[in-house]
Design a protein around this ligand. Sequence first.
Ligand SMILES: NC(=O)c1ccc[n+]([C@@H]2O[C@H](COP(=O)([O-])OP(=O)(O)OC[C@H]3O[C@@H](n4cnc5c(N)ncnc54)[C@H](O)[C@@H]3O)[C@@H](O)[C@H]2O)c1
Length: 416
Amino acid sequence: MAAALKLKANPFTAAALELKANAVTAAFRLQLPAKQWLKPCGIRCAAATPSKSYSITLLPGDGIGPEVISVAKNVLNFAGSLEGIEFSFQEMPMGGSALDLIGVPLPEETLSAAKQSDAVLLGAIGGYKWDRNEKHLKPETGLLQLRAGLEVFANLRPTTVFPQLVDASTLKKEVAEGVDLMVVRELTGGIYFGKPRGFDTDDTGEEIGYNTEVYASHEVDRIARVAFETARKRYGKLCSVDKANVLEASMLWRKRVTAIATEYPDVELSHMYVDNAAMQLIRDPKQFDTIVTNNIFGDILSDEASMITGSIGMLPSASLGAKGPGLFEPIHGSAPDIAGQDKANPLATILSAAMLLKYGLGEENAAKRIENAVLDALNKGFRTGDIFSAGNKLVGCKEMGEEILKSVESQVIATV
Ligand SMILES: NC(=O)c1ccc[n+]([C@@H]2O[C@H](COP(=O)([O-])OP(=O)(O)OC[C@H]3O[C@@H](n4cnc5c(N)ncnc54)[C@H](O)[C@@H]3O)[C@@H](O)[C@H]2O)c1
């Protein structure tokens, strides 16, 4: 009762102080959902000797957000502990839940905690309840404020067709099978932010709406470097997508990407016009490794690419800046139609946690453990409703999380 009152009075500091005062205990208490996780020797031994520690801000948000974050947190914590990594988690309100609690979609305390941490893991925000709010009081406004506040200009969206789920794709099996590509989208510039923009009337008095596609050299250079680094960590091929046959902003884009390529002689660079890229993604998606493109083309192409996999519940994302913490989140929304029913697929958030380890903290081994565990659980036939097909085992969000933990554990036993 006392704890509940304390939280209501000050939801930020109470939670934060509890974790700060006893970060280790809190981390372990939070990570272990079932008693059996305390038993295996591999877990106990690995978790007892952490050599690195990171602080993670968790933003569960709304709808299925808290359900998938709870599962992903356990997986992140467990996989990390096996690599000698200790996490301290700080959970903060965001989106509709923050509106209900504080009256704004992104409280200052939430942004400040996010900025001070090593990485941010977000569930999802939004819901019917807040749909009619004024723009500045919409959960989605909080998300844009968070991305701007963290200055995350590079959005990484992998599209991986898991062999076990190839039939979920709307493309033919032979086209979808083996697709493994990454779209690197510029997130804070281009036509979505360019000025002038607005409504006016032209010489004839007819109403017009207009926007400006504009990029400065430094904006292209920094996203190009992220893309080259990403391609280097993958298969060494980068395709820059633009409309340089028509648009001046794209001509500059191509010039700068070509210039930055000299810093990455080990990465093979190609260029493609966006209309062709949209076609090639459907015709032969396997030709792509890493794609880099501007804000609007990336918005469209990454959604197109994501559908090759068949389910929105499988797709993670990472948003990175020049410095400071990255933001990691599934690409799906809060799915109010299935919220609170233990039906959500947590794999997109679990894979976002793997991206957090790989791209946010440089902890590739721990990331690999999570990626392997996801493959293992799928191999064993565990499926949430969105990816279910006959002959597999239908599980809820929590059970899928437990199966992933078991798969992470079995890797330990194999390697100890
Ligand atoms: N980044 C974000 O937080 C984000 C992104 C998109 C939409 N939204 C918000 O989410 C709310 C709902 O939007 P929507 O319905 O258009 O998109 P949505 O992604 O929430 O849901 C679309 C469909 O996919 C299903 N789905 C989504 N995630 C799933 C998962 N993990 N497992 C199983 N099924 C899943 C849903 O049940 C629904 O049928 C809106 O308020 C919207 O603004 C938030």
